[in-house]
Design a binder for this molecule. Sequence first.
Ligand SMILES: C[S@@+](CC[C@H](N)C(=O)[O-])C[C@H]1O[C@@H](n2cnc3c(N)ncnc32)[C@H](O)[C@@H]1O
Ligand SMILES: [Zn+2]
Length: 461
Amino acid sequence: MTASITYPELTTIVEGGTKIFVPSMSLHSNIATKREPVFFNSAAELNRDISIIAYRSFISNSISGHNRNPKNKMNDIAMADSLCGTGVRGLRVAVEVPEVNQVYLNDINPLAIDVARKSSVINRVEDKCYFSVNEVCKFLLDLANKSKTSSGTDQEGKIDKIRRRFTIVDLDPFGSPANYVDCMMRSVEDGGLVSITATDTAVLCGKHPEVCLRKYYGLPLNNSYSNEIALRLLISLIALTSSRLGISIYPLFAHTNMHYIRFYAKVVLSKKQANKVFTNIGYLQHCFHCGNRAVSVVQPGGGTCELCYAKFSTAGWLWIGRIYDKDFVREMVTKTLPLQCDGSIQAYETSGKATMDMDNKSEDNQNSCKKKEGNNLEKIQKRKEKHLQKLFASCISEHDDIPYYFTSDEIASKLKIGPPALTSIIESLSKAGFRTSRSGLNQTAFKTEAKINEIVAYFRS
Ligand SMILES: C[S@@+](CC[C@H](N)C(=O)[O-])C[C@H]1O[C@@H](n2cnc3c(N)ncnc32)[C@H](O)[C@@H]1O
Ligand SMILES: [Zn+2]
């Protein structure tokens, strides 16, 4: 006896410039869960906006010769949305990044692919979209292993065009991407781009260190900058997996919130470059007693804090290199607009709702759904643009070679004083000769070469 599958009631929404069929129930529940017949998380709209901006930046850099391998033809740009759900990310690429001429949408859930196919039709991009119902690694590797010239279809006739490797591969799983990193790296072309989400933030931020060590080969720390440690653990897993395959990665952009970590990297097939991976892998030592931080390129054998002699806690191994390509992010700044739909598309065709996760505080709360209506839409759009410009500006100015940050709240509350303004902290420490900047991963934080005792001296002055 086969279990009957109920087709979900659908609603169309508009995200960016793209119409998407989504299950009506996903708009009426506050938290997106695995149990929905087709997964859709309206709270991830900003996350997907950033993808569109990043892919536009990547293609623009490629056209000007900065990114892709020049032997890859610019008229053959293929993106794989390998765990596509409703297909919202891939479909937005098909509509909003017109240089991408093939979008492959895959999900293990046949209902999801049915819904994605319907959305491709209403956006009139069905000719450039290829659909498959497959296990993600099978999807990525089957296509990557077939010759570019071979023709054929998968068993369900869902993929009718065969290519070799993808220009862009997106991996957006439930929880950890660790199971799929090998397949992702094997399926991307030389000079291509990978974008990865990890939503197992509890593991990566230190709640389950043994699970983190097993999945990411590094220990996390549950401290005030655990999101940066989490990102660096994810990058090191991708870099080490890649190096094993003779592939080198170059971080382009990253952002995090309470619920996810998202990372973009350029991929270069080069054993010689991959041999250098360990120049960017190391350890972080953190003193929970005085707040001292230290970077180590070799595994520290325990060790004590040189400032207060308490025992250091260790995170890693993890990525200690840069996390942004500043030119890439500068290009992102120019690619932010237009994100919204054009006038021909009704902002809301139904009474659906969508969310805006404008800052870490509101991102914490998936319940903060706001209805986009009439004039509100313009206001929301302006706030979103402002938020993105602020985020990109912080990333561009960040000293991202320093793999940790400080928050003024953390220091001020220990000293039982009011925190100085972030701008004056950065100005004063810089004047005192310490490289100091904002952090793209926390809008209330600063990065500095100054040690905690030097920062404390400034706070007390
Ligand atoms: C987090 S959702 C993807 C969300 C989507 N990318 C978006 O932006 O809305 C993860 C998706 O992966 C699919 N999935 C889970 N395990 C899979 C597997 N092993 N192979 C292929 N798809 C899988 C689920 O059906 C689900 O639609
Ligand atoms: Zn200490």
